[in-house]
Ligand binder design. Structure first.
Ligand code: T4K
Length: 368
């Protein structure tokens, strides 16, 4: 069996020749950026595909997050999760906002709604939950709390492209949701991101913000940033959308293979699938419990020795990094669940081009 390296993910790339006609069109019309034809076409296509009303494309998910907070004029303190990629909390610091970290629910890896209220202070203006691994947050309960206290809700839905709950797209919840189209995501435009917004007025404000705050040739309405997606990225997104169903169905197949093959392995815990959710299979997290013969880090190393590069998303917790660890809400005593899970988690490789032989190699290495 081949011992080729297997990474936690690998971007899906359509056949190169299918991309050439898009490039030819860009070379012909010479529109490279600033809301050109492919940019407009991708916004429309994504609204249709995702079942949302308005979307504003960005150069990446982090700029989308930073701009979403600006768009809603969020200030003061924001309640968020320690169990995410650092960009979630960094977007707050970039806006001069103080993050307040709240523990997570062990079954969803997401903010535990019941713990949010106790963290609210007079300075709290918003909640920034993450649909971690594409698993939906407790959106009903979060909205109830936000309504009671007059807070905004911005979902970091970087992992949640295409996820649906019983009412439709998961992206319809809250005031805004942000997506990432980074190379490591289920739908990628090399780099890219977006904000999903509920109305055209908010979209217009966001469109100004991502273009330096420019409203027209002589009017600047806000200290905006350059967050625009280029034509080449947008064109690639249009091509990717044509392949997305195949991407999802292969991801689902891999998820099923792992679940079947690992269900009887003692000490490996797999999060349960919810019948109410149409998933995107973006990650395959497992928890390494005490009954497993190796510690999580020993297993991580064993896989590495076999050229299998699983990742410990999200270890360390955001609250462990120097710019956050001094905050009162960063103390481990207040985050027992997140701390425990960060010590047990391992995300296994999952991506459309992984072969069944590679999956067998991973499964064999997990069966110690
Ligand atoms: N919010 C959340 C919850 C997020 O997870 C993220 C990003 C964001 C916000 C911010 O969105 P962006 O601004 O990124 O759009 C990766 C990604 O860089 C990051 O986008 C992602 N989350 C995070 C969870 O994972 P690393 O440091 O693990 O990436 P890296 O380079 O180690 O890549 C992982 C593996 O993927 C590599 O071992 C090989 C493979 N890979 C990666 C790249 C970049 C490829 O095969 N090709 C590639 O081009 O952070």
């Amino acid at each position: 069996m081949s011992n080729k390296p297997v990474f936690v993910t690998q971007p899906y790339l359509p056949p190169l020749e299918e991309f050439i006609p898009y490039l030819e069109k860009i070379w012909d019309n010479k529109i490279l950026t600033n809301g050109g034809p492919y940019h407009q076409e991708l916004e429309k296509a994504l609204c249709e595909y995702l079942g949302v009303e308005h979307i504003a494309l960005f150069a990446n998910g982090t700029l989308a997050l930073v701009s979403a907070l600006q768009a809603l004029r969020v200030t003061g303190e924001v309640i968020t999760t320690p169990y995410s990629f650092v960009a979630t909390a960094h977007s707050l610091l970039w806006n001069g906002i103080k993050p307040v970290f709240v523990d997570i629910d062990p079954s969803t890896f997401n903010l535990k709604a019941e713990k949010i209220e106790a963290a609210i202070t007079p300075q709290t203006t918003a909640i920034l939950p993450v649909h971690c691994y594409g698993y939906p947050c407790d959106t009903d309960r979060i909205q109830q709390i936000a309504d009671s206290y007059g807070l905004k809700v911005i979902y970091d839905a970087a992992h949640a492209f295409g996820v649906k709950d019983q009412g439709g797209s998961i992206l319809r919840h809250g005031d805004l949701s942000i997506l990432s189209f980074h190379a490591t995501k289920v739908f990628n435009t090399f780099e890219g991101g977006a904000i999903i917004c509920p109305d055209s007025k908010t979209k217009q404000r966001i469109d100004y913000l991502k273009n330096f705050g420019i409203a027209d040739e002589t009017t600047v309405v806000a200290p905006g940033i350059n967050g625009k997606m280029s034509e080449i990225h947008a064109a690639f997104g249009l091509l990717q959308l044509q392949h997305i169903d195949r991407v999802f169905s292969r991801r689902q197949e891999i998820d099923e293979i792992y679940r079947e093959q690992l269900k009887d392995v003692k000490g490996i815990h797999i999060a349960e699938k919810s019948e109410e959710v149409s998933a995107n299979y973006s990650y395959f997290p497992i928890l390494i419990e005490a009954e497993y013969p190796l510690s999580r880090d020993e297993l991580y190393q064993r896989l590495k020795d076999n050229n299998i590069f699983a990742r410990r998303y999200f270890y360390p917790l955001i609250t462990e990094f120097p710019m956050y660890r001094g905050l009162p809400s960063s103390q481990r005593s207040g985050l027992p669940v997140a701390s425990e899970i960060a010590g047990k988690v391992l995300c296994l490789p999952i991506y459309p081009d992984i072969s069944n032989n590679e999956l067998s190699r991973i499964i064999a290495a997990l069966k110690v």
